[in-house]
Structures are given as C-alpha cells and as structure tokens.
Design a protein around this ligand. Sequence first.
Ligand SMILES: Cc1ncc(C[n+]2csc(CCOP(=O)(O)OP(=O)(O)O)c2C)c(N)n1
Length: 382
Amino acid sequence: MTVMEQRGAYRPTPPPAWQPRTDPGPLLPDMRPYRVLGTETAAQADPALLRRLYAELVRGRRYNVQATALTKQGRLAVYPSSTGQEACEVAAALVLEERDWLFPSYRDTLAAVARGLDPVQALTLLRGDWHTGYDPHEHRVAPLCTPLATQLPHAVGLAHAARLKGDDVVALALVGDGGTSEGDFHEALNFAAVWQAPVVFLVQNNGFAISVPLAKQTAAPSLAHKAVGYGMPGRLVDGNDAAAVHEVLSDAVAHAREGGGPTLVEAVTYRIDAHTNADDATRYRGDAEVDTWRAHDPIALLEHELTERGLLDEDGKRAAHDAAEAMAADLRERMHQDPVLDPMDLFAHVYAEPTPQLREQQDRLRAELAAGAEADAEGTGR
Ligand SMILES: Cc1ncc(C[n+]2csc(CCOP(=O)(O)OP(=O)(O)O)c2C)c(N)n1
C-alpha cells in the first residue's frame, strides 16, 4: 500500500492566496533623470538657493583644482577629484540640518568642506598624516571611507539608533556606482528598509569604478532600480543639475525625517578627472566622451540659468571667483606648512583597550624615538 493510499485520496488544492507585500509601482524610478535647470520648473526655483549653489560650486571646483595641484607638489599623497560632480557634493551637504550626519567616501572631501569642515583638516587623511584628521562630531561628518561602501552600514546604524533614541536625525550616505556591487551596499539597504531607518543613499554614478565602466559591473536597468528589491523608493536625477539634485535630496531627507524610511537616489554624472592623480584615464576612455560631459558642466548649467533669469551679472561671477581664489590661497599656504606630528599618535584611537601586541609595538617605538632623540642631542646621528 502506498503512502497516498494510507492517507486517503489526494485532492489537489490551490495554494493560499498570494499578494505582493508592497506595490512595487510607487517605488520604481522614472527612467528619465529628473532635471530642473533648462526646464519650465526652473522658474520656480528659489533665487537665493540658486545663488548659494553657484557660489559653492565655484568654490568646490577651485578646491578640486587646488587639491590636485597639491598632489603634484608632493603636499598631498593622493586626491580623488570630484571635478564634474560638484553639484552632487554641494547639494548633499546643503540639504542637511546641523543635527544630521553625512557619511562620505574618499571622493567626497568637497561635501565635507561644503558642510563646514576646515578645508585643510578635510585633506589630512589624504596627506597621510593622522587618522581621520578631524573630529567627526564637530560637523557631524563621519570619517572619509576608503573601503568601498563600508560607510553605508555605519550610516544605517547611526540613523536607526537615533530613531530608537527619539532623536530627530537623518543620515545621508554617499557611494559610487562601483560601491553598489559591494556586499555592504546590499546589507545596508536591506537593514535600512526593514527598520525604516531615516537614511538617504546617494549613488554618484560617474560612469566608472576606476577603469571599469558601469556596464561591466552591473546588469541592473539603473542603479536606482536596486532600491525596489529592498522595498524603498529609487529616484534618478541629473547629477550635474545642482537645483535638481538639491530638490530630490531635500524630498528624500524630509521623507526620512517624517518617518517614511530610506530612499536610494542615483545621480547620473561623470568624473571629468582621472580616478586619482595616480590613474591615467586615457587608457580606458576617449576624449570625445569626456568632451560630451564637459558640455554638460554643472557650473556652466547653473550659470546659464542664473544669467538668463537676470540673477547673476559679471560682478556676481567675479565675487564668487574671488571668494574661491581666497579659499585656494589659504589652502595652499596652510598645506605648505609642515605639520608637527607625534609618531606615538599611531596608537591613539585604535582600540579603547590596546591589545598586548599594540602595547609591545608602542613600547618599541617609544624606545626607538628616545634613542633617536639621544643620538640627535649628541650629534652622532644614527
Ligand atoms: C572593499 C574595497 N574593494 C576595492 C577597493 C579598491 N578601489 C578603490 S576605488 C575603487 C573603485 C570605486 O568606484 P566607485 O564606487 O564607482 O567610486 P568612484 O571612485 O568612481 O567615486 C576600487 C575598486 C576598495 N577601496 N575597497
């Protein structure tokens, strides 16, 4: 006798009714990146905001040029320039309140500076001097993260903790297109959506992960589409349109603050410079492509709009450029001063309780430094 016969006749029944848990429709991004500048909606944009964005973009571009020059002068070990991406950098900083937190990657020095960080301190890590080089709590800017996407779970953790404590805090985390292929990206988005954490993810899709073009590292229809699988809205924006990026991020921050949960924003932009000063971009992309993006420059776009609306004249342009020059001169002067460093700082802020190995290394370094100082004093050298 078969099992079926023992149990009686098998009567097939339909499975329990299945419903999608969330309607994916409203989460899906519009496939046309949102734009403001050069469209009818531009007329509604606040003139004071547009002027502020312009001043910050001009300052930001000058910062990128100056920092890149400092690498050539041996004053900076490395600089990942955000030339061409200034609209994303500046908008990300300006949409946050003082109580909010920014989680940057190595490319986002400019966002940190636009948020108020001292331009020299913001470069400390890239100079290779001293840990992060700034107090993350002062302006609520987390350390610039070099391991890809690791800043994302940090942002979610902070945002979730703030919510549990009842603090009105939003975290905004920046990541590159390549970073979206990392496990940390997946885990951060999943946790953020499950917990409805007040966090905004801004992906700056600048076309490349060093030499790897987007098409070689993702098959997603757009990076904004990745949001839907986790149950959060995805939005696509023209990343060179400062007014559009500001608006989309402001909406996402407001949504998070109201308890609406996370949003993933993909800003379509382009890295005009090489990956860093250590990279030769001519080996993997052509001039024609770069020129196409130069013609869609974030500063030129905004300048055109402001000029058309009579909100910017030659004096206004000169004032923005003069302020940027003053910042660059100050940056140059201070970066040309040799910092006074204590090698023992290497061991500070590593662990609350140093491990026995670290203590041993610390003692050894202390002894070596003392012997060196003694030799210097005796004039014997070593
Ligand atoms: C976990 C990890 N893997 C690899 C690297 C080496 N790496 C540094 S930058 C980079 C490309 C990142 O590209 P993307 O996320 O698009 O950001 P972008 O540099 O274009 O801003 C890679 C692979 C790293 N820093 N961290």
